[in-house]
Write a new protein. Sequence first.
Length: 489
Amino acid sequence: MFEAPAIDWNVILPFVIVAGWGILLMVVDLFVSEDKRGWAPWLTIVGLFAALAVSVSQWNNGGGTFTAVGETPMVMVDNFAVFLNVTLVLAGIFSLLISINFLENQALDKPEYYMLMLFSLSGMMLMGMANDLILIFIALELLSIPLYILSGFAWPKLKSEESALKYFLLGAFSSSIFVFGIALTYGATGTTSLPEIFAQVSVNSALGVGAIAFLLVGLAFKVAAAPFHMWTPDVYEGAPTSVTAFMSVGAKVAGFAALLRILTVAFPHIGDAWVGAVAILATLTLIVGNVAAIAQSNIKRMLAYSSIAHAGYILIAVASSVNSPDGVSAALFYMFAYLFSNLGAFAIVIAMEKKDDLGTSLDDYKGLWKRSPAMALAMAVFMLSLAGIPPTGGFVGKLFVFRTAVEANLVWLAVVGVITAVVSTFYYLRVVYLMFMFEGEAKIEAQPALRTAVALMVLITLLIGLLPSVWFELAQQAGLSGIHLLAGG
């Protein structure tokens, strides 16, 4: 006889708030006329701050839920999940603040945008809390489907429609690969629960190794790791820039959350089967992302390849997670620092962009310093952070990642990371060079919401770089919680 699982709603309250707020927006929209729709972003902000407050209160105070009799919880809210939820909700808040200016200028300011954003964000949060492969797949689809729609939100603009179609087709393909990995895992272990997979899978199980391969490939598409990155440049360029900004951080963080859960909770004892594969994936991703970015003349495509490269740095931490106690923590820290640097860079792009993609060429940034000095300085901070130059959060993030690789006896991988980081300084500093060393017509006219978001992201980027121990201590607590609480260690 089927027995409904026990549900503790307090445990999943942040997720419920975000998803429920999206439904609330749908209901409110029924009773508001089209000429009075300026309420949508601000009501969304209220919901996101409520979710953020609840998420912070769950630190060291989580638990499990959706538990059937005699089974492990399908949802676990430990410090690992809380850290990720806070990161993702912050990504949602800042993405929203920088979107308002863009959506109004591009005549895309519709309530549906904010509803879809909330639904996608709820899927991202569920990815970090999921303790079962079936639930990870459901979260993956909840994350992805709204993003497919948002990518084509600027229809009938051809590039936007093209980006949505490419993202949908390759996203569906990657999801099918992931599902096949789940099927192989179930065939090898008789379960889809991550802790139970750990207890059941054999070190020498060929079926288990095959399952890891398919699960890894399926998630590699989502985090834009080479050679599964083909969709990224076209989708990033064609989608509305505010969607690209949200996608570049949220989808990546959620994908790595699931990847870390699966590899470090379900398959850590067969690390020999996947560490090498992840290290090779990281190497390819770093080389492809950083080398291809050099040739780009469109800043959105440059940041797309930059995003691919940053997936490579996080993969270094993932590869180190079995043999280094700080591997998971370094990945979490890096994603937190990356959030502010990358969203900040996209905020400046949004402020620069005009209709018909004007303002997205690198040459458009010439002379920005003379006409909008504050925004030029902010963009310089974000570029320096993405390049990994002190005293920014990006520098400390790379330092921690490379240190974990050395601790895990992956010195060669750390060397690859350092070399490619040096290569990346060329295309990041090229933007700074154009802004400060040329004459031009570049000028930014941004609303207070975007300017406030940019100022806060500059401040946090510098604070992470100047006071890294505070943030890394939180990341360490989250990393150890994610590994040991679920695995029963």
